[in-house]
Ligand binder design. Sequence first.
Ligand code: GMT
Length: 378
Amino acid sequence: MKIGITCYPTFGGSGAVATELGLQLADRGHEIHFISYAQPFRLVHFHEGLFFHEVEVNRYPLFEYPPYSLALAVSMHEVARRHELDLFHVHYAIPHATTAWIAREMLRDEGSDIKLVTTLHGTDITLIGQDPSYWSITKFSIERSDGLTAVSEYLQKVTYEAFECAKCAIRVIPNFIDPAVYQRAIYDCQRDALAAQGEKIVMHISNFRKVKRVEDVVRIFDRIARKVPARLVLVGDGPERPLAVDLAQELGREEQVLFLGKIESVAELLACADLFLLPSEEESFGLVALEAMATGVPVVGSSGSGLREVVIDGLTGRLHPVGDVESMAESSVELLTDSDLWKRVSEAARTSAVERFSAERIVPIYESFYDEVLGEGT
Ligand code: GMT
């Protein structure tokens, strides 16, 4: 199959999943064309059967906001025509489902029968998609996708509720990881570069947006550090980072909190972690929690949204209500001070991640979904 993939190439779960899916599909003999304004951040090496097409946006002075969506639609149309694509698979509905719909309409006028699959990732539905600026075009676009997937049952439910998605049949296909990449043993963790001897390493990775509640990460850590010699390693960057820096200082923890900024390969960092914190307001899935689990790192995070489909509370980590930093800290201390418990949870986390969310298990589900979408209407 010849597939055009569009995603946000920046740091974030949807771009990571789209890139890993493209790599896996290319390894399975498909021809994959990435179409975006920049090389996806995890697409770092040449890969047979995989191509990248950069979208050029003319910044004509008249444009206050250069119309990237239009330039993207033109690129999608051009790549589809030149390479005779069977399918667009776009990740994150805004604006990708709309630009793909435009390109598909252009191609249909030229006799093409290309299909469009949209994968919903989270904030495209739960947050920005519900903003009055985007709600109607998001509804219009997802309802006209030939195939629609969501990364969790939670997100599937929210989509039906928030968009009265009349004609949508949303298939749940969870995110996945390559177990060969996320395994502690293959990385020579430089613990002493991150923490002093005997200190536990508590980690958080995100794009530091409000939804991640990074200040709660610092508050939880402050409570952990009262009972356990520990270091907090914060990976990533975003608008909430200054607030986290200020709070760490206010709590007198600036010496124990490390801000590493954006790091591309999180696998080797996770190999150093003893605990992973993800207390988000809402997570449709929580890919980074799955990456932590696969690396044998117990996860403490928030219940109430998609994370509970990844972390099995009490088995592979602990989940507590959003904002309940006391309970999250208590669970963290319990895991960090009871080595037998930590070992049990670490092993269960790795086993659960590999058994339920390996690429080997999930990628064929995408392939058969593509077949279903392409088979329809014949
Ligand atoms: O987490 C983010 O803010 C980035 C966002 C994205 O679009 O990349 O992540 C969303 O997609 C990920 C991949 O499917 C999910 O693992 C995240 O849970 C989801 N983020 C939210 O729902 C807040």
